[in-house]
Ligand binder design. Structure first.
Ligand code: UGA
Length: 434
């Protein structure tokens, strides 16, 4: 099948590469010429396990190409996928300007029937609105259909998720278009869930909001665990054994970040507000998440009394492991706050430092050597559970530091490991080891 993917961000690039891998002829379009030049050379603009290898394989076998020219990409496409960003506006609503601009280009260049699929996360009603927009501006007399196909891949495991998803959600009022998009995904061998367009759009927001709710819920339980002497890791495991609850997304920590949960939860509150519903529960989820980013700082203040002049080593900057994405990473808020409290901050991350330099407070210094970062530090803050961080020898690390004190926002170590290493260890939802 001839497939065109518009937008080479996470969703677009990963989808394009995976469609090529299952045998389709894929053209990826992006307006950013530098990015296209880089992609043509086989260089991925994002750090994502296995992405670059698969990309190069499919460029070489002629299944995958990149262009900044809409005409080249749209003219022959049987399926056109829109995968551009829908960032958060100031008021929390999703900004549709990029989707609208893509719609204008499709209207200009589409010459024969194609299915237009929106993969971007868009407010309910957007497929209908974009369909009307294209219809109104069509230059050539042709027919097309819209399909909503929300994406559920996670950064860091995006390729794996694409090949092993739990379901492929497709929403449309055209059975012809649905059959074509089912055919497009056939080789993935993942069950379909077919529904109407608005429900498909809503499924994406509801799924992300529910996962965010699980995280804020367990973070609230963690706070209580600390006070009553329970261990949140065991509580989550014990809860998760109940199939109705499930064990995933019950990892307590310093809150959720990234390009999706913070944006999509705010957007859903707005969507609800537009129909005069106050989504109080989701507002609380967001509030709990913001508060959770302060958890380690509060622990450090109650330990040291005052953080001024303290040298704090930060381990992990990206919003989660196996990605170089810094969008809404807790490290941004935490390092800023530590600096405002007078601490000096030195940070380690195995892949994110270049991106972090563009975003973090300019007073943060960086080092790619994890031992050098911890050397002479008053304490360590663990913000991302990279393997490189989980594998540190706590006893050796403690000896490098001025004071062997760890504030672990990702519960990377067991309490027994901390005890054996003879360090002071504060984590989330568990008793302190002193
Ligand atoms: C999320 C969803 O999981 C995907 O299904 C969805 O496709 C994607 O958003 C999107 O809308 O595009 P992603 O943001 O890549 O994926 O990352 P997650 O693995 O969901 O993690 C999000 C945040 O939650 C991270 O900061 C992570 O550390 C945190 N988290 C996750 C927890 O604090 N506890 C958990 O138990 C799980």
């Amino acid at each position: 099948m001839k497939v065109t993917v518009i937008g080479t961000g996470y969703v677009g690039l990963v989808s394009g590469v995976c469609y090529a891998e299952i045998g389709h002829e894929v053209t990826c379009i992006d307006v950013n010429q530098d990015k296209i030049a880089q992609l043509r050379k086989g260089k991925s603009p994002i750090f994502e396990p296995n992405l670059e290898e698969l990309m190069n394989k499919n460029i070489h076998n002629g299944k995958l190409q990149f262009t900044d020219n809409y005409l080249d990409g749209i003219e022959h496409a049987e399926v056109i996928l829109i995968a551009v960003g829908t960032p958060c506006k100031q008021d929390g609503t999703a900004d549709l300007q990029f989707v609208e601009s893509v719609a204008a280009n499709i209207a200009l260049y589409i010459k024969k029937y194609a299915v237009i699929v929106i993969k971007s996360t868009v407010p309910v009603g957007t497929n209908h609105y974009i369909g009307e927009l294209i219809k109104k501006n069509l230059v050539h007399d042709t027919d097309f259909d819209m399909v909503s196909n929300p994406e559920f891949l996670r950064e860091g495991t995006a390729i794996k998720d694409t090949f092993n998803g739990d379901r492929i959600v497709l929403g449309s009022d055209s059975s012809k278009a649905l059959a074509i998009v089912e055919e497009l995904h056939k080789q993935f061998n993942i069950p379909y869930f077919l529904t109407d367009t608005r429900s498909a759009e809503m499924i994406k927001y509801a799924a992300n909001a529910f996962l965010a709710t699980k995280i804020s819920f367990i973070n609230e339980i963690a706070k209580i665990c600390e006070k009553v002497g329970a261990n949140v890791e065991d509580v989550a495991l014990g809860m998760g054994k109940d199939k109705r609850i499930g064990e995933h997304f019950l990892k307590a920590g310093i809150g959720y970040g990234g390009s999706c949960f913070p944006k999509d939860t705010k957007a859903l509150v707005q969507i609800a507000g537009n129909v005069e519903h106050d989504f109080e529960l989701l507002r609380s989820v967001i509030k709990v998440n913001i508060g959770q980013q302060q958890a380690l700082i509060e622990k450090a203040i109650s330990y040291f009394g005052d953080l001024s002049e303290k040298k704090i080593a930060i381990l992990g900057l990206s919003f989660k492991p196996n990605t170089d994405d810094m969008r809404d990473a807790a490290s941004v808020v935490i390092t800023d706050k530590l600096i405002s409290l007078g601490a000096s901050v030195i940070a380690y991350d195995p892949v994110t430092i270049e991106n972090a330099k563009k975003i973090l407070n300019p007073r943060v210094t960086f080092n790619t050597n994890i031992n050098e970062v911890m050397y002479d530090a008053d304490c360590v803050f663990i913000l991302t559970e990279w393997d490189q961080i989980k594998q540190i020898d706590l006893r050796v690390a403690g000896r490098l530091m001025k004071n062997p004190v760890f504030f672990d926002g990702r519960n990377c170590f067991t309490l027994e490991e901390a005890q054996r290493a003879e360090i002071d260890y504060f984590s989330i939802g568990r008793s302190a080891v002193i």
